[in-house]
Design a protein. Sequence first.
Length: 505
Amino acid sequence: MLAKIQSVAVWGIEGYPVSVEIDISKGMPSVAIVGLPDQAVKESRDRIKPAIKNSGFEFPQSKITINLAPADLKKEGSCFDLPVALGILAARQMIPADVASRFHFIGELALDGSVRPVSGVLPMAMSVKQSGGKFVVPKANATEASVVGIEVYGIESLKECVEFLTGKKEILPYNVDWDEILSIQNKYDIDFKEVKGQTLARRAIEVAVAGAHNLLMIGPPGSGKSMIARRVPTIFPPLTIEEAIEITKIHSVAGILDEGIVSTRPFRQPHHTVSDIALIGGGTIPKPGEISLAHNGVLFLDELPEFHRDVLESLRQPLEDGKVSVSRARGRIEFPSRFFLIAAMNPCPCGYYGDSRRPCRCTVPQIIKYRKKISGPLLDRIDIQIEVSGLGSKQLVSDSVSEHSESIRKRITRCRKIQQERFAGTGIFCNAHMNTKQIKQFCVLDDECKKFLENALEKMNLSARGYDKVVKVARTIADLEESEKISLSHIAEALQYRSFDRELW
Ligand SMILES: Nc1ncnc2c1ncn2[C@@H]1O[C@H](COP(=O)(O)OP(=O)(O)O)[C@@H](O)[C@H]1O
Ligand SMILES: [Mg+2]
């Protein structure tokens, strides 16, 4: 007896349909799974049998052949447990095949027959939507699946699923509560108001986020670099639904989704020992890396010089393209990776170079060697570099409250809007992403400004690349003031954000 159950799988961050075919025939009792399954699918054999028995059904003492099609994709995970178990029951006519054919199924089975959540459900749901079906998922995945606007049924056990399909139990389709999702958006439990003093750093960060300029903070231990970095997502413009779905898709595939949909901008802080695969993404069954988990949010690289040089080099392309490509025999997979980069470092190996509170113990060659660890090409993609100095104890204990994230966010959102209008139809949406031609077009400097900038760059020994960066940042500063014209003061401020170039480097 043959039965067919529809399921879905994920390749990269895209879902695709999988058909689970079950044949039960006379012969020595055995279970074979074909269709290039990996270890996890083989293991599911050992889960499905007890799960079926412990749900109160009989497991057929026959020759069972299971085929997962298409066969050429390497399938992963335990998400086919439920469709396979249902297929076995369907082949024995314990559930009506015509009813089952209206749904796609996904879910891992526990030995007692309960259904466990799986990863990648959002992209799977998108694939189900394309084939116009309904989706039966583990209850814990129901919100995530229903986000794409299809009929979703959340179930807790194999038994419940069978009762649903045989009409013994009614389950209502899951309704996603958009109001609730939107209301929890942009709620962070930290705020920029907690960062005392640091007027210059706060301003630089506002400029950086407003124009999407990547940022490097240089400062001694305890100066608040980590504290500031963690608060950067709180001043970004509110997430749009499209952005939230993009993030959720990636987090879903990575298996790190705890709520139905991601409603705040991600903040990712990989340790400096991170491997290039963990940072960029990859693996036999390709998974998104930290840079993709930071998509539409912030990637914080603390202790930048401690990162492996090769690892930092691998950031170059994604920083440029906003996505990473992973090559596989079956073709290329792309993961989106448009993130805002914040890097932090001490000014020298001991950490106290230039600090008034403590003397620095490093020699100049030591300091130069330390700073050289950061690759030039990466530095080239960081428009804003600032020094953060530690606050005195008096300032730290004062109970002054700084400006709230929300009011900073308002200015940034307005500034982003100006940029969106400027770049409509060009494929970019922020000043930082302008190419040389666009810089010429959108950042016209009068003679006075040109002269001032050329002079300053010569004194600071900055390259043509440096020129472009200063002009882009000046464009953002002008936009924050809602000024069409870039003036001297905008350029002067932008020049301040080149700390790293100036000193020692
Ligand atoms: N500007 C500040 N306002 C309030 N607290 C601060 C500030 N700077 C530092 N701190 C305090 O010092 C701690 C250490 O700061 P941290 O961000 O870890 O420094 P860094 O990353 O530069 O080593 C913070 O957790 C915070 O309690
Ligand atoms: Mg720190």
